[in-house]
Design a protein around this ligand. Structure first.
Ligand code: GDP
Length: 454
């Protein structure tokens, strides 16, 4: 079945486009040794597991393609983590928390012979707070003699315990039937997994040269007409070959068609920008260098940052730039656009074609950053190093500590720090700055979130 699917994808077309709605995500959490791996193998039918590159799943959390009664879903196993030097509690709970955030439903596995432990209490509180469907799995209930012990777990407040034996299969079918009844058809949390060409939005004020850029770099005759069956495709999007690769430029109708609006033009322009960003992975913000950088330009950049999409800055009409204006422009960029100094920059002329070939490498760089994943071990080593070189200032006689950190997701890279107290905004900026120094992240926003442990 899986082989056939891969074949179909391979035959989908030269650009291998496959639009599939994100599969629902089922996460398995629990302490080490409760039998999570056995349960994973049981659910997968002991087939060779296919490790899938699901957005948001780092190496610490492994995702598998799973299926039950003809329904496909993504199974995320949090079994792989190593007990952290700073205490197993912090690491287990932190990984579980991230996995739960990114799941549509959760299997919380407990060893029926051990019951709930102090570590479990912590996870149980988090699970209750998550408001996600949680199935409490009392594993190692190899025969009915164990069922009364499973019943004791009602006290955890997670609803009915499901006695199962992952090893022998007892109870697993009933459990999975129930899981299917609570799992949505389409994930409400997983980002859309879309293969095929990467999606670009060209944004900017009217008359900065968006359509000129589109036309000049693509050339009308090079527009790729793509009519694959089973792909949801918006007629306003165009497939365009650039730098030997096919790209999807989203909402190009909005660029090509001149829309004159009497009132509320700004409002509609920002709606269109938001809609384009929604569909795009990377935005090219076009600036007209002959005019001062305006509030409108800054608003468009803000929308990109809010959307979490990758960003490339294109300074257009370079052919019209004189030395005076050029000096002034550089000063403006330094002052007004310091917060996006990480965005790759191309100085182009849509009219003459100057440096248009630099657009593709800039897009590729930004997207690579957007997709970057830092393994948890490396990330924590860096955090330890930063804290060593520059500890958080003492606040009210206490020093906030960072217990553990992990990258929760990519697109854009999003980190979670588990701390003993809120970190000063300045300290968070320090961490973000150092992350950029070490890893670059050119072209992508990065997000650092905090979770305070009581
Ligand atoms: P859009 O509204 O952002 O799509 O802007 P257009 O592509 O329609 O361009 C607006 C005007 O600027 C047109 O008159 C273009 O010919 C002109 N223009 C666009 N790019 C350049 C450029 O690189 N150099 C010069 N000199 N003019 C340009």
């Amino acid at each position: 079945d899986e082989d056939r699917e891969i074949l179909e994808v391979a035959q989908a077309g030269p650009d291998g486009i496959t639009y599939s709605p994100a599969l629902p995500v089922l996460a398995i959490v629990g302490r080490p040794n409760v039998g999570k791996s056995a349960l994973v193998n049981r659910i997968l039918g002991r087939r060779e597991a296919v490790v899938e590159d699901v957005p948001g799943v780092t190496r610490d959390r492994v995702a598998y393609k799973a299926e039950w009664m003809g329904r496909r879903f993504t199974l995320v196993d949090t079994g792989g983590w190593e007990p952290d030097a700073r205490g197993i509690n912090a690491s287990v709970a932190a990984q579980a928390e991230v996995a739960v955030d990114l799941a549509d439903a959760v299997l919380f596995v407990v060893d029926v012979n051990v019951g709930a432990t102090a570590t479990d209490e912590h996870v149980v509180r988090m699970l209750r707070a998550s408001r996600k469907p949680v199935m409490l799995v009392a594993n190692k209930a190899d025969d009915a003699i164990r069922d009364p012990e499973a019943a004791v777990l009602w006290s955890l407040g997670l609803g009915e315990p499901w006695p199962v034996s992952a090893l022998h299969g007892r109870g697993v079918a009933d459990l999975l039937d129930h899981v299917m009844s609570v799992l949505p058809e389409v994930s409400t949390v997983a980002k859309q997994e879309i293969g095929g060409p990467r999606r670009v939005a060209i944004l900017g004020r009217p008359n900065v040269g968006k359509s000129s850029l589109l036309n000049k770099s693509a050339g009308e005759e090079r527009v790729v007409v793509n009519e694959l069956a089973g792909t949801t495709r918006d007629p306003v999007d165009e497939q365009i070959e650039l730098g030997g690769k096919v790209w999807t430029f989203v909402d190009t109708a909005g660029i090509r068609k001149r829309v004159h609006l009497q009132q509320g033009a700004d409002f509609y322009a920002s709606l269109r920008t938001s809609a384009a960003l929604e569909k795009a992975e990377v935005a090219v913000v076009v600036i007209d260098v002959t005019e001062p950088i305006s509030v409108q330009d800054l608003r468009i950049i803000d929308l990109v940052l809010e959307s979490g999409r990758a960003l490339v800055m294109a300074y257009n009409k370079w052919d019209l730039l004189d030395d005076d204006r050029r000096r002034y422009l550089e000063r403006e960029i330094e002052q007004d656009l310091a917060h996006i100094a990480w965005a790759p920059r191309v100085n182009i002329s849509a009219r003459t074609g100057r440096h248009l070939e630099k657009l593709v490498p800039a897009l590729e760089l930004a997207l690579a950053s957007w997709d970057t994943r830092i393994p948890t071990g490396k990330f924590n080593a860096l955090i330890a190093e930063l804290v060593g070189e520059h500890p958080h200032p003492v606040r009210g006689g206490r020093q906030p500590r960072i217990l553990f950190g992990t990258q929760a997701s990519t697109r854009p890279p999003t980190f979670v720090l588990f701390t003993t107290a809120f970190l000063d905004p300045g300290y968070r900026r320090f961490i973000t700055r150092r992350l950029r120094e070490v890893y670059g992240f050119e072209g992508t926003p990065i997000v650092v979130n905090m979770r305070v442990r009581e």
